[in-house]
Design a protein around this ligand. Structure first.
Ligand code: PNS
Length: 160
């Protein structure tokens, strides 16, 4: 039978426990999940793309997720999804406030590539409030981020 592949695209700037929770759930549903870091986002990134990818690889390894691949991409998410043979795009939802933007994005992607679906997964409540932006802010002011991000990210950010 054909392998069921999903991509989990995002900025992951940096990866958090919330992202990893979504990734773990997706890895139980699909044969393979490719976590795909967007290279040239209009958003100015905090960490260089190579470091974001490296931190995801370390975190995935720490978690022991064996059917997850890590990659980066440029351009449209649906084009990347088609290139990899993915049938679904995974996105995490933390709160209702995420929903409007996510719904619009999924409908745009569906208009561009109707054969690719979007699957929304929610994070466990204890990870609901975590965001890469708050992690960045706390880390900039040397606060404790160990409750929000994996060990490799804590160590990396401490070295900055
Ligand atoms: O982690 P983020 O920043 O919320 O992820 C957003 C992302 C990368 C999934 C989104 O910006 C995206 O898909 N960008 C690629 C360009 C694209 O495909 N745009 C059309 C969909 S609106």
């Amino acid at each position: 039978m054909k392998k069921k592949i999903a991509i989990y695209p995002g900025s992951f700037d940096p990866i958090t426990f919330g992202h990893l929770d979504v990734l773990e759930k997706a890895s139980k549903i699909f044969d393979e999940v490719i976590i795909a870091v967007l290279k040239n986002s209009s958003k100015k990134s905090f960490l260089p793309i190579e470091d974001r990818v490296m931190l995801i690889k370390q975190s995935v390894e720490e978690k022991g997720l064996t059917n997850v691949k890590v990659d980066s991409f440029e351009g449209l998410t649906v084009d990347y999804a088609k290139k990899t043979g993915a049938i679904f795009i995974i996105r995490g939802l933390r709160a209702v406030t995420d929903f409007e933007y996510e719904l619009q994005m999924s409908q745009t992607n569906s208009a561009l590539a109707p054969e690719i679906g979007t699957m929304f997964l929610t994070t466990r409540p204890k990870y609901n409030f975590i965001s890469s932006s708050t992690v960045k802010e706390i880390s900039t002011f040397k606060g404790d981020i160990s409750k929000f991000v994996p060990k490799s990210v804590v160590e990396y950010l401490q070295r900055l």
